[in-house]
Design a protein around this ligand. Structure first.
Ligand code: SF4
Length: 447
């Protein structure tokens, strides 16, 4: 017998890219569920498939185009299947043109008008026009109070601001996400309190550059003040944040991180390159000397802080000497972890127009060399925890080994450990038995 759930329209969302997109997906799901849709077990079962895309790297875009090819076959078999396309790629005119030619996509919406999705879906369902396109070139006022289907269990993402004013020469984000806009502290606090009511113990405050939070608000405020407010929320155990632009990390912010008990000792500050010449070409607004000094201050003011970073190899014009400067910074700073990437040109950015692009083979070689060095450093950093007890917020069963539990330390290290399943959602002490490059292995300490 068919149940009510069987007859309701089903959606499936394919999410690419960063945590901002993961958070947007929660809103998209919330909006669709308010419109009567339920989540499908797989895209094959859905009546509506939404792509929430990322344009930060070519590889992310290629994945999207590959998946669209698969969906095209699905749509051939089921012509009534609706396909929506949103996220950063949808903000780009060339992408919209390309999609118009393919004929798979029924709805195109942008990053600035997520809240309009139900109306666009309704239009597409009515079949009046195809594709239904509504992409705002610029952001309007922040729309508060949108429904969200939270999926993170004990942890949740909370946007504190949108957009970016920095215009790093390789980055498309200021064009796809618009200029910086901060949410009011009271709206953020209300959202966090609401999440705590739902059982959330840890929030990650999200923004492209959280350190410039508060500019333009009336009255103007700053990120340190926001951390102090969130730190006061009863029932919340941990506060994380990302991303920090190194140029905007102040000593006041570091002191606040150190003094607020719930704020975790982890700062993700993308260095991107170690050569001053390349940093200038990237328009990053700091030098290697400034960054070295900053990391020194971080470690001095916030005891035990984990410093993680992003690094790009093969930026246009990067010589062997420039690359050696990056390696030198990695060896000096000894990051707890690093996300490493090969530069890929993003059309519409300044760097994509530079003529001295680095050959792919050279980029691959540099990435391998960088990773080998950084992985050894990360392993050594993790080995310091062997034999020690660390506080872990337990997320649930490990994906790779469901008989074990997983969670993260305050310094954002992933821990896989033996423990009773009912520890899920709790803060527990775990004795570390063995350190790996990306994880710590251990067992819960009976208390
Ligand atoms: S700070 Fe630079 S890299 Fe980060 S989102 Fe803004 S422009 Fe892009």
């Amino acid at each position: 017998m068919r149940t009510k759930e069987d007859i309701r329209k089903k959606y499936s969302i394919l999410t690419y890219g960063c945590q901002m997109n993961e958070r947007d997906t929660e809103t998209i799901a919330g909006l669709l569920e308010k419109s009567g849709y339920v989540e499908a077990a797989s895209p094959e079962e859905a009546n509506l498939i939404i792509f929430n895309t990322c344009s930060v790297r070519t590889s992310a875009e290629n994945k999207v185009y590959g998946k669209l090819g698969e969906i095209k076959r699905l749509k051939k078999a089921r012509p009534d299947l609706l396909v929506g396309f949103g996220g950063c790629m949808a903000q780009m005119e060339e992408v919209r043109k390309k999609l118009g030619e393919g004929g798979v996509v029924d709805i195109i919406f942008g990053t600035h008008n997520l809240h309009e999705l139900p109306r666009l879906v309704e239009k597409a369902e009515a079949g009046v026009e195809r594709p239904v396109i509504d992409v705002w070139p610029e952001a309007g006022d922040i729309v508060e109070g949108l429904p969200a289907r939270r999926t993170g269990g004990v942890s949740a993402f909370v946007n504190i601001m949108f957009g970016c004013n920095n215009f790093c020469s390789y980055c498309i984000v200021p064009f796809t996400r618009g200029r910086e806009r901060s949410r009011k502290p009271s709206d953020i606090i209300d959202e966090v309190k609401d999440l705590v009511q739902q059982g959330v113990k840890e929030v990650t405050l999200l923004g492209q550059n959280v350190n410039s939070y508060g500019k333009g608000l009336e009255p103007e405020t700053d990120f340190a003040s926001l951390l102090e407010l969130v730190n006061e929320i009863p029932g919340l155990e941990r506060i994380r944040f990302t991303t920090s632009h190194p140029r905007d990390v102040s000593e006041r912010l570091l002191s606040t991180i150190a003094s607020c008990r719930k704020v975790c000792e982890h700062i993700h500050a993308p260095l991107q390159a170690g050569s001053n010449r390349i940093l200038k070409a990237m328009n990053r607004g700091y030098t290697r000397e400034y960054y070295l000094d900053l990391v020194h201050k971080m470690r001095e003011i916030v005891p035990g802080v984990a410093v993680t970073t992003d690094l790009i190899v093969g930026f246009p014009g990067e010589s062997d000497r420039d690359f050696e400067d990056t390696i030198d910074m990695v060896k000096r700073i000894r990051f707890d972890a690093a996300f490493t990437f090969m530069y890929s040109p993003r059309s519409g950015t300044k760097a994509a127009r530079l003529s001295d692009q680095v050959p792919l083979e050279v980029k691959k070689e540099r990435l391998l060399q960088l990773n080998e060095i950084q992985y050894n450093i990360a392993l050594e950093a993790n080995r310091r925890f062997e034999g020690k007890d660390v506080e872990v917020l337990v997320e649930g069963p490990s994906k790779t080994n469901p008989r074990k539990l997983t969670g993260r330390t305050r310094t954002n290290r992933i821990v896989v450990f033996e423990g009773k399943p009912d520890l899920a959602g709790r803060l527990v002490m775990v004795r570390v038995r063995e350190a790996k490059t990306f994880t710590l292995l251990g067992e819960a300490v009976e208390g």
